[in-house]
Design a protein around this ligand. Structure first.
Ligand code: DX5
Ligand code: ZN
Length: 217
Protein backbone atom coordinates (compact mmCIF):
# COMPACT_ATOMS: atom_id res chain seq x y z
CA UNK A 1 0.00 0.00 0.00
CA UNK A 2 1.53 3.31 -1.04
CA UNK A 3 2.03 5.95 1.66
CA UNK A 4 0.62 9.44 1.06
CA UNK A 5 2.66 12.31 2.52
CA UNK A 6 1.06 15.76 2.18
CA UNK A 7 3.65 18.52 1.75
CA UNK A 8 2.78 21.40 4.07
CA UNK A 9 4.53 23.81 1.71
CA UNK A 10 1.12 23.84 -0.02
CA UNK A 11 -0.82 24.27 3.25
CA UNK A 12 -2.20 27.59 4.46
CA UNK A 13 0.53 28.95 6.78
CA UNK A 14 -2.09 30.95 8.65
CA UNK A 15 -4.07 27.75 9.30
CA UNK A 16 -1.40 25.11 9.58
CA UNK A 17 -3.02 23.17 12.45
CA UNK A 18 -6.36 23.11 10.58
CA UNK A 19 -4.59 21.73 7.48
CA UNK A 20 -2.73 19.10 9.51
CA UNK A 21 -6.10 17.92 10.90
CA UNK A 22 -7.44 17.76 7.32
CA UNK A 23 -4.50 15.55 6.37
CA UNK A 24 -5.07 13.29 9.40
CA UNK A 25 -8.82 13.00 8.72
CA UNK A 26 -8.09 12.22 5.06
CA UNK A 27 -6.08 9.18 6.11
CA UNK A 28 -2.65 10.49 5.07
CA UNK A 29 0.34 8.51 6.35
CA UNK A 30 3.16 11.04 6.93
CA UNK A 31 3.57 14.81 7.03
CA UNK A 32 6.19 16.12 4.59
CA UNK A 33 7.92 19.27 5.85
CA UNK A 34 10.04 21.21 3.37
CA UNK A 35 13.00 23.16 4.72
CA UNK A 36 14.62 25.64 2.34
CA UNK A 37 17.68 27.83 2.93
CA UNK A 38 17.23 30.38 0.06
CA UNK A 39 20.62 29.15 -1.20
CA UNK A 40 20.38 25.51 -2.28
CA UNK A 41 16.95 26.54 -3.65
CA UNK A 42 15.67 30.11 -4.24
CA UNK A 43 13.01 29.88 -1.54
CA UNK A 44 12.69 29.82 2.25
CA UNK A 45 10.56 27.43 4.27
CA UNK A 46 9.86 26.11 7.76
CA UNK A 47 12.07 26.24 10.84
CA UNK A 48 12.86 23.72 13.61
CA UNK A 49 10.29 25.52 15.79
CA UNK A 50 7.52 24.63 13.34
CA UNK A 51 8.65 20.99 13.41
CA UNK A 52 8.65 21.04 17.23
CA UNK A 53 5.08 22.38 17.35
CA UNK A 54 3.93 19.90 14.69
CA UNK A 55 5.46 17.09 16.79
CA UNK A 56 3.27 18.23 19.70
CA UNK A 57 0.21 18.58 17.47
CA UNK A 58 0.13 15.33 15.47
CA UNK A 59 1.12 11.68 15.70
CA UNK A 60 1.78 11.53 11.94
CA UNK A 61 5.47 10.73 11.30
CA UNK A 62 7.34 13.92 10.34
CA UNK A 63 9.19 13.52 7.06
CA UNK A 64 11.59 16.48 6.97
CA UNK A 65 13.16 17.36 3.61
CA UNK A 66 16.27 19.56 3.95
CA UNK A 67 16.82 21.58 0.77
CA UNK A 68 19.97 23.11 2.18
CA UNK A 69 23.54 23.50 0.97
CA UNK A 70 24.84 22.83 4.49
CA UNK A 71 22.26 20.58 6.20
CA UNK A 72 24.80 19.81 8.97
CA UNK A 73 24.18 23.31 10.36
CA UNK A 74 20.59 22.51 11.38
CA UNK A 75 20.27 18.70 11.23
CA UNK A 76 20.68 18.34 15.02
CA UNK A 77 17.98 21.02 15.62
CA UNK A 78 15.48 19.23 13.36
CA UNK A 79 16.23 15.89 14.97
CA UNK A 80 15.83 17.45 18.41
CA UNK A 81 12.56 19.07 17.24
CA UNK A 82 11.18 15.62 16.42
CA UNK A 83 11.94 14.74 12.77
CA UNK A 84 11.19 11.03 12.29
CA UNK A 85 12.81 10.97 8.86
CA UNK A 86 15.48 13.52 7.91
CA UNK A 87 16.40 13.75 4.24
CA UNK A 88 19.45 15.53 2.87
CA UNK A 89 20.27 16.17 -0.78
CA UNK A 90 23.04 14.17 -2.49
CA UNK A 91 23.96 17.48 -4.18
CA UNK A 92 24.48 19.31 -0.86
CA UNK A 93 27.95 20.54 0.10
CA UNK A 94 28.27 18.18 3.10
CA UNK A 95 29.51 14.76 4.29
CA UNK A 96 26.50 12.45 3.85
CA UNK A 97 28.01 9.61 5.88
CA UNK A 98 28.60 11.86 8.90
CA UNK A 99 25.03 13.11 8.64
CA UNK A 100 23.39 9.71 8.26
CA UNK A 101 25.33 8.53 11.35
CA UNK A 102 24.04 11.57 13.29
CA UNK A 103 20.48 10.88 12.12
CA UNK A 104 20.70 7.23 13.20
CA UNK A 105 22.22 8.17 16.58
CA UNK A 106 19.17 10.36 17.16
CA UNK A 107 16.92 7.36 16.44
CA UNK A 108 15.56 8.80 13.18
CA UNK A 109 15.56 7.41 9.63
CA UNK A 110 17.98 8.84 7.07
CA UNK A 111 16.90 9.91 3.59
CA UNK A 112 18.97 10.92 0.57
CA UNK A 113 17.30 13.11 -2.07
CA UNK A 114 18.21 13.37 -5.75
CA UNK A 115 17.25 16.30 -7.99
CA UNK A 116 15.67 15.21 -11.30
CA UNK A 117 18.97 15.75 -13.14
CA UNK A 118 21.08 13.72 -10.70
CA UNK A 119 21.49 10.09 -11.83
CA UNK A 120 20.60 7.17 -9.54
CA UNK A 121 24.31 6.19 -9.55
CA UNK A 122 24.99 9.19 -7.27
CA UNK A 123 23.16 7.51 -4.40
CA UNK A 124 24.14 3.84 -4.91
CA UNK A 125 27.21 4.07 -2.59
CA UNK A 126 24.93 5.42 0.17
CA UNK A 127 22.15 2.81 -0.03
CA UNK A 128 23.60 0.98 2.98
CA UNK A 129 23.31 4.15 5.13
CA UNK A 130 19.81 5.29 4.14
CA UNK A 131 16.30 4.03 4.85
CA UNK A 132 14.73 6.34 2.24
CA UNK A 133 15.69 7.62 -1.21
CA UNK A 134 13.77 10.69 -2.39
CA UNK A 135 13.64 10.90 -6.19
CA UNK A 136 12.55 14.52 -6.72
CA UNK A 137 10.05 14.67 -9.58
CA UNK A 138 10.40 18.45 -9.90
CA UNK A 139 13.30 20.88 -9.47
CA UNK A 140 13.30 21.51 -5.70
CA UNK A 141 12.15 24.87 -4.37
CA UNK A 142 8.51 25.31 -5.27
CA UNK A 143 5.20 23.44 -5.25
CA UNK A 144 2.75 23.41 -8.14
CA UNK A 145 5.25 22.37 -10.85
CA UNK A 146 4.78 19.72 -13.58
CA UNK A 147 6.13 16.22 -12.86
CA UNK A 148 9.35 15.32 -14.71
CA UNK A 149 8.42 12.00 -16.37
CA UNK A 150 12.09 11.03 -16.81
CA UNK A 151 12.25 10.32 -13.05
CA UNK A 152 9.92 7.31 -13.45
CA UNK A 153 12.84 5.42 -14.99
CA UNK A 154 15.10 6.48 -12.12
CA UNK A 155 12.59 5.07 -9.63
CA UNK A 156 12.52 1.78 -11.55
CA UNK A 157 16.34 1.75 -11.66
CA UNK A 158 16.51 2.27 -7.88
CA UNK A 159 13.93 -0.47 -7.27
CA UNK A 160 15.76 -2.85 -9.60
CA UNK A 161 18.89 -2.63 -7.40
CA UNK A 162 17.00 -4.85 -4.95
CA UNK A 163 17.47 -2.24 -2.18
CA UNK A 164 14.64 -2.74 0.32
CA UNK A 165 14.25 0.82 1.69
CA UNK A 166 11.50 3.36 0.94
CA UNK A 167 11.54 5.09 -2.46
CA UNK A 168 9.76 8.43 -2.21
CA UNK A 169 8.83 10.89 -4.99
CA UNK A 170 8.07 14.54 -4.47
CA UNK A 171 6.69 17.20 -6.77
CA UNK A 172 3.91 17.37 -9.36
CA UNK A 173 2.29 14.11 -8.27
CA UNK A 174 -1.39 13.91 -9.22
CA UNK A 175 -4.11 11.35 -9.96
CA UNK A 176 -2.99 11.08 -13.57
CA UNK A 177 0.59 10.05 -12.81
CA UNK A 178 0.64 8.36 -9.37
CA UNK A 179 -0.10 4.88 -10.79
CA UNK A 180 2.89 5.07 -13.17
CA UNK A 181 5.14 6.01 -10.26
CA UNK A 182 3.74 3.16 -8.15
CA UNK A 183 4.21 0.65 -10.99
CA UNK A 184 7.87 1.75 -11.20
CA UNK A 185 8.35 0.86 -7.54
CA UNK A 186 7.32 3.93 -5.52
CA UNK A 187 6.56 3.50 -1.81
CA UNK A 188 5.80 7.09 -0.70
CA UNK A 189 4.09 9.86 -2.71
CA UNK A 190 4.63 13.44 -1.49
CA UNK A 191 1.83 15.73 -2.66
CA UNK A 192 1.20 19.38 -1.94
CA UNK A 193 -1.06 21.10 -4.45
CA UNK A 194 -3.03 17.97 -5.41
CA UNK A 195 -4.20 17.58 -1.81
CA UNK A 196 -4.32 21.00 -0.17
CA UNK A 197 -6.23 22.61 -3.06
CA UNK A 198 -9.15 20.25 -2.26
CA UNK A 199 -11.88 21.51 0.07
CA UNK A 200 -12.26 17.95 1.33
CA UNK A 201 -8.97 16.06 1.13
CA UNK A 202 -10.37 12.59 1.87
CA UNK A 203 -11.92 11.95 -1.61
CA UNK A 204 -8.64 13.09 -3.22
CA UNK A 205 -6.62 10.62 -1.12
CA UNK A 206 -9.16 7.88 -1.86
CA UNK A 207 -8.90 8.63 -5.61
CA UNK A 208 -5.12 8.24 -5.45
CA UNK A 209 -5.47 4.78 -3.87
CA UNK A 210 -8.16 3.90 -6.43
CA UNK A 211 -5.84 4.84 -9.33
CA UNK A 212 -3.22 2.49 -7.88
CA UNK A 213 -5.67 -0.37 -7.29
CA UNK A 214 -6.84 0.04 -10.90
CA UNK A 215 -3.26 -0.21 -12.16
CA UNK A 216 -2.71 -3.37 -10.10
CA UNK A 217 -5.85 -5.05 -11.48
C1 DX5 B 1 9.38 21.19 -3.69
C2 DX5 B 1 8.97 20.41 -2.45
C3 DX5 B 1 7.75 19.56 -2.64
C4 DX5 B 1 6.54 20.34 -3.10
C5 DX5 B 1 5.50 19.38 -3.61
O1 DX5 B 1 10.71 21.61 -3.55
O2 DX5 B 1 10.04 19.56 -2.06
O3 DX5 B 1 7.45 18.87 -1.43
O4 DX5 B 1 6.04 21.08 -2.02
O5 DX5 B 1 4.41 20.14 -4.00
P1 DX5 B 1 3.48 19.80 -5.26
O6 DX5 B 1 2.86 18.47 -4.93
O7 DX5 B 1 2.50 20.93 -5.26
O8 DX5 B 1 4.35 19.74 -6.47
ZN1 ZN C 1 9.74 18.16 -0.37
Amino acid sequence: MIKIAPSILAADPLNLERDVRRAEEAGCDWLHIDVMDAHFVPNLAYSPKVVRRLKEATSLPLDVHLMMDHPETLAECFLDAGADILTIHAEADTDPLKLTEMIHRAGAKAGIALKPGTPAEAVLPLLGQAELILAMTVEPGFGGQKLDESVVDKIRQLRDTGWQGWIEADGGIKEDNIARLFDAGLDVAVMGTALFREKDMRPAVERMHQMIRKSEA
